[in-house]
Ligand binder design. Sequence first.
Ligand SMILES: Cc1ncc(COP(=O)(O)O)c(C=O)c1O
Length: 383
Amino acid sequence: MAELFPELSDSAGKVESSLMAAEPLQTALGQRPQQGAWFIKRDDALAVAGSIKARGGFHEVLALAETLALEDGLLTPAGDRRVLASARARQLFATHTVAVGSTGNLGLSIGVLAAALGFQTVVHMSADAKQWKKDRLRARGVHVVEHTGDYAKAVAAGREQAQGSPRCHFVDDERSQALFLGYAAGAHHLALQLRMAGRQVDAAHPLFVYIPCGVGGAPGGLTFGLKTIFGRDVHCFFAEPVASPCMLVQLASGSHEPVSVYDIGLDNRTEADGLAVGQASLLVSQLMASQLSGVFTVPDDRLFLDLLNAKQTMGIELEPSAAAGIGGPTWFTASPEGRSYLGTHDIDIAAATHVIWATGGSLVPPREHRRFQERARGLISKE
Ligand SMILES: Cc1ncc(COP(=O)(O)O)c(C=O)c1O
């Protein structure tokens, strides 16, 4: 990775994000230290792809490159993986296509890495995908196919195209285990960071994690990883837009059959493009039924207000999807449901660590950030 992307030379090729204490944000939102300690996990600043989707996307593309190189004899099982960035590997990968369907950020992750390795790359984008994300991919030689329908249609189109072609690998955001495991690996790093920050996690010192959810792969993988490490001592919550609560709908239905937000009369229209998903991944929802502590929904206006809060108190610029988790800790102590959860689990919130997962933003063009922040200011002046 360091050979492909000069910006990774300092981290020796590792793509990881920092864990930042978030006291100024906590105070600005009216929460006291007695309500636990706040942190922000900065996946908004993950190098190269600028979003949480890099965790799964990079893992799947690298695993594919490794498999093809092993099959070709270019790489031996114990061999140096740097051969994957060689000219011979590029020649091999140029005869293969990587395809993906995305609302934007998965496409960016897959597109950037697959193109850098030399694969032919096709990204099927939904109508929600932002223009700058499409432009950025095209500038890197990625073939972007635009669909008028929603995210599920973009995924279905990509899956169908790949089926007829043996040299085409489709990265399936709804069903891929490789993606899921890539996200899950992030849990290990968070555990290490919490230890380094002196935050103990056990029954008396619970960990609360709030993660924005689209199709469910990224937050589901992280939850799976965190539950593997911390068991009952971690409480994971997903944050979804009011118009697109696909994981909430699927889990609340109690069914293994797909149930979408359209089935309950919602329109899946939200400014949180990364979370504009009508149907959750069934692979993930089935795992989450026993692991997830809950889901809360966030109105779009709140996303803008919270991204402005993050900017003003922490200097962090988030995209709307990435701000969805910010309301988590407050919702917890301010709502009857949140307080009832604490009572049922006999939790002393003062000893808790709250981790708000910020999931995207560093690649967003400055003019878009200005637009987001202006929208929030407009909401405040109306109040
Ligand atoms: C910024 C951002 N946050 C969160 C998510 C949610 O990830 P998932 O769709 O895997 O649930 C996405 C998905 O694209 C995203 O772009």
